[in-house]
Write a protein that binds this ligand. Sequence first.
Ligand SMILES: [Zn+2]
Ligand SMILES: [Zn+2]
Length: 329
Amino acid sequence: MKDTPSASQVKMSSWAVAKLTFCQWLDSDFRREGLPDPATLPQKVNWQRTLPFIFLHLGCLAVFWVGISPVSVGAAVLLYFVRMFAITGFYHRYFSHKTFKTSRAAQFAFAVIGNSSMQRGPLWWAATHRHHHKHSDHDEDIHSPVVSGFMWSHIGWLTSMKNFPTAYKSIPDLSKFPELVFLNRYDQTVPFAFGLLMLAIGAALEYFFPALGVTVGQFFIWTFFISTTVLLHGTLCINSMAHVWGKKCYETDDDSRNSWLLTLITLGEGWHNNHHRYPHSVRQGFKWWQLDLTYYGLKFLSFTGLIWDLRPVPKAVLEEGYTSSQSRA
Ligand SMILES: [Zn+2]
Ligand SMILES: [Zn+2]
């Protein structure tokens, strides 16, 4: 068997790097013979591989040309919350933690909605998140503000080639579904289709309802670029801010915190210290007053029969917390 060379042993021309990067945009599992295992690469920003994310952010600036209308902003806000629910309820509480059960069709449908958020595929997301819980705020945690600083924990880690591959071995319960593997592998497909759909809806609104003041460009910029970028940062705040700001109510082996502000923008994920204490529960707001809109949404879905077997917080865990509550903000 040939040895895989280390990163420092491989010298590639700019053209070869561009070709490789292009293949990896289209197929996130693409590997070329003779190149080092990405897991052995150093943690550093890779600008080429990150271009789709940069493009997403730059696209928001077009708002200065396309302007604003209540319908475009309303649609952007609605899409923010619907897709945030798919991320928090399914990418996080279902795929990453298996806190309830659902059908194969429903898991695929919510994986598609979550995938439109440009937070990569559900399998990569779950594998990365399980790794976070295993090593939270310790040296191996790839997005800990305590270990690597705030900016790296928020956005830097997402740009590093080392963190791009999906650790399929850590998610055998998910990688047995070929439709989920397909979504995960070609993770730009759904965002691309979502963008086309927004263009089509924008064009239809402009043509059939001119009185609304919507143009195709305006609808596209608000729903695709602005809604998706804000949604991405809302989610990323849980990796960064939720390990820095807020109250620590449980003595966990990390710096996770509970924060009302983060709860409001992430539909209940701000109770992050609760979540690190007991990640197997479908609820993250353990107390009745801890607003957890994702939980209420999932509870509603359970009434429709779409999901079932929601895992509760054990009584012992409920009674254990809030004895050493102290603000560290
Ligand atoms: Zn965490
Ligand atoms: Zn989690």
